[in-house]
Design a protein around this ligand. Structure first.
Ligand code: 5AD
Ligand code: SF4
Length: 449
C-alpha cells in the first residue's frame, strides 16, 4: 500500500506522524507522493480555529483522488479526530479510520485491516490512563534520518485545563512515559548516530508527577539523557512556568549539552488575565524564573506564546503584555488572537474582545516583537558558534550553495559553502556575519565535525 501523511500542528504531531510512517514502512507499506497514494493520513490539530478548517479543505483535496482510484481512503488522526470522532464517517464517507492521540499506537494494525476489508470503519478514540508504548520500527527501517536529529516522546496529555485550551479534552489526562523506555529509546537513537534529541510533551515540567514516571523527576530525566555518549544537543518542549523546578533551571548551567534556549509560554503579561486564564502563576513568579534562567545560563534565548484578546482583556491589560514582552526580551514569540474552542471554560467568559480590537492588538504586539527580534539577532553579529547543518537551503547565483543550520539556541544560520553534498548532520564552526529579519548568516570558521 502507498500512503501519504499530511501533518498539522505541534511538534508532538510531527513526531507522531514520523512514528506512524516508520511503523507502516516496517509493515511493507511505502510512503508516496500526493498524486499516487492509496491511503491519505491527516494528522490534525484543533488548538485554534483555523487549523480545524484546514482539515476540511484537505479532505476535499483527498476526495479528488477518488476519481483516479475509487479504493482510495483516508484516516484522520490527532486532535480534530478526537473532537469530531465518528462524525467524519458521515461527512466524508471515504474516511475509514479516526484515531486520537491515545489511539495512535493501534493505528497501523487498524490501517492494515481496513486495507484488506474496505467496508471497515474503525474509531480509536478511547483515552488511556497509562502511557502506551509504541512498537519500535523493524530493523530494516532506520530510526535516525540524515539530519541526525530526533524527537522523543516523554509524556502525553495535559491536566492543566487552562481556560482557553482544548488540549486536555483532545489529548486526555497527563500520562508520563516509563523513564527506562525513554532512556532506552534515546540510547538507541544516539547509537544510530543521532546528535540532537528534543524531549516532547505537552507539559514536560510535570513529568513524573503522575504514576507513569515511576518517581523520576524531569530534572533527573534531563541529567540521565544528557549523559548519553554522543549526544551533542538536548532540548525539550513545552514547559509550563508553574511547574518548572529549581533543579531544571539549574540544569541549564550544569549540563553543557542542554541547549541554551527555552520556550516558556507566558500567554499574557497581566496578573488579572493570567488568573482568568487559570495559568496559576503571576508575573512576579514568571520574572523570577527568567532571572533564575539567566543566572544559570546568561546566553539563554527565551521564546514564548502569547494570546491577545482573551475575554475581559482591557487595553491596560494588553499594555502590560507589551511591557512584559519588552522586559523579558523574548527573542521570538508565537502570538495568537484568542479563539473560542468548544467546551473550554473561556467560552462562557465575558466580555468578548471585538475581533477588530484583537487584530489591532496582535499587530502592535507583533511589531514590538519584530523590533526585539531584530535587536537580539544583531547582537550576535561577530560571535562564533557551531551550526548544526539540516540541509541545503538554496543555490546562489554564483554557483555556490547555501546550507541551513542551527546554532545551539536553535536560531537558523545560513552558511555558504563550496560542498554540495555531505554536510547534513555535521556541525560547522561559523562566525556570524549578518543578521536578517528572522535568521543569521554565518561564515565558515573551521572544519566540520
Ligand atoms: N485561542 C488562541 N490561542 C490559543 N492557544 C491555545 N488555545 C488557544 C485559543 N483558544 C495558543 C496558546 C498555546 C499555543 C499552543 O496556542 O498560546 O500556548
Ligand atoms: Fe493547554 Fe494549558 Fe495544557 Fe498548555 S498547559 S496544553 S495551554 S491546558
Amino acid at each position: 500500500m502507498k500512503f501519504h501523511i499530511t501533518t498539522f500542528g505541534c511538534q508532538m504531531n510531527v513526531h507522531d506522524s514520523q512514528w506512524l510512517a516508520r511503523a507502516l514502512t516496517s509493515r511493507g507499506w511505502e510512503e508516496a507522493g500526493e498524486d499516487e497514494a492509496q491511503v491519505y493520513i491527516l494528522n490534525t490539530c484543533s488548538v485554534r480555529d483555523k487549523p480545524e478548517q484546514k482539515v476540511y479543505s484537505e479532505l476535499g483535496r483527498v476526495a479528488a483522488h477518488l476519481k483516479r482510484d475509487e479504493n482510495v481512503f483516508a484516516a484522520v488522526g490527532g486532535c480534530v479526530a478526537q473532537q469530531i470522532g465518528r462524525g467524519f464517517f458521515e461527512r466524508f464517507p471515504f474516511v475509514r479510520l479516526v484515531f486520537g492521540s491515545d489511539g495512535i499506537a493501534g493505528a497501523p494494525n487498524a490501517l492494515e485491516r481496513i486495507a484488506e476489508n474496505l467496508d471497515d470503519r474503525v474509531a480509536l478514540l478511547d483515552f488511556v490512563t497509562l502511557y502506551e508504548e509504541r512498537e519500535p520500527p523493524s530493523e530494516t527501517v532506520p530510526v535516525a534520518d540524515e539530519t541526525r536529529q530526533a524527537f522523543v516522546n516523554i509524556m502525553q496529555g495535559c491536566d492543566n485545563f487552562c481556560a482557553y485550551c482544548i488540549v486536555p479534552y483532545t489529548r486526555g489526562r497527563q500520562k508520563s512515559r516509563d523513564p527506562e523506555a525513554i532512556l532506552a529509546e534515546c540510547r538507541s537513537l544516539a547509537e544510530d548516530g543521532v546528535r540532537e534529541i528534543t524531549l516532547l510533551g505537552q507539559n514536560v515540567n510535570s513529568f513524573g508527577l503522575d504514576k507513569g514516571g515511576k518517581g523520576v523527576s524531569f530534572a533527573q530525566l534531563l541529567h540521565s539523557v544528557a549523559a548519553i555518549p554522543g549526544l551533542d544537543r538536548l532540548r525539550f518542549t513545552t514547559s509550563h512556568p508553574k511547574d518548572i523546578a529549581p533543579e531544571v533551571i539549574r540544569a541549564f548551567g550544569e549540563l553543557p549539552n542542554l541547549c541554551p534556549s527555552l520556550h516558556l509560554p507566558m500567554q499574557a503579561g497581566s496578573d488579572r488575565v493570567l488568573k482568568a486564564m487559570r495559568r496559576k502563576y503571576d508575573m512576579a513568579r514568571y520574572l523570577s524564573i527568567v532571572d533564575g534562567l539567566r543566572e544559570a545560563r546568561p546566553d539563554i534565548s527565551l521564546t514564548t506564546d502569547l494570546i491577545v484578546g482573551f475575554p475581559g482583556e482591557t487595553e491596560e491589560d494588553f499594555l502590560q503584555t507589551l511591557e512584559m514582552v519588552e522586559r523579558v526580551g523574548f527573542e521570538s514569540s508565537f502570538s495568537f488572537k484568542y479563539s473560542d474552542r468548544p467546551g473550554v471554560a473561556a467560552v462562557n467568559m465575558e466580555p468578548k474582545v471585538p475581533a477588530e480590537e484583537a487584530a489591532e492588538r496582535l499587530l502592535r504586539l507583533q511589531t514590538l516583537q519584530n523590533n526585539i527580534t531584530r535587536k537580539c539577532l544583531k547582537n550576535l553579529v561577530g560571535a562564533r558558534t557551531d551550526a548544526f547543518i539540516e540541509g541545503l537551503s538554496r543555490m546562489q547565483e554564483d554557483g555556490a550553495v547555501s546550507w541551513k543550520g542551527r546554532d545551539p539556541a536553535g536560531r537558523i544560520v545560513n552558511v555558504v559553502m563550496e560542498e554540495r553534498t555531505g554536510l547534513t548532520g555535521m556541525m560547522v564552526p561559523v562566525k556570524i556575519v549578518e543578521a536578517k529579519k528572522h535568521s543569521l548568516v554565518g561564515e565558515r570558521a573551521g572544519q566540520p565535525w
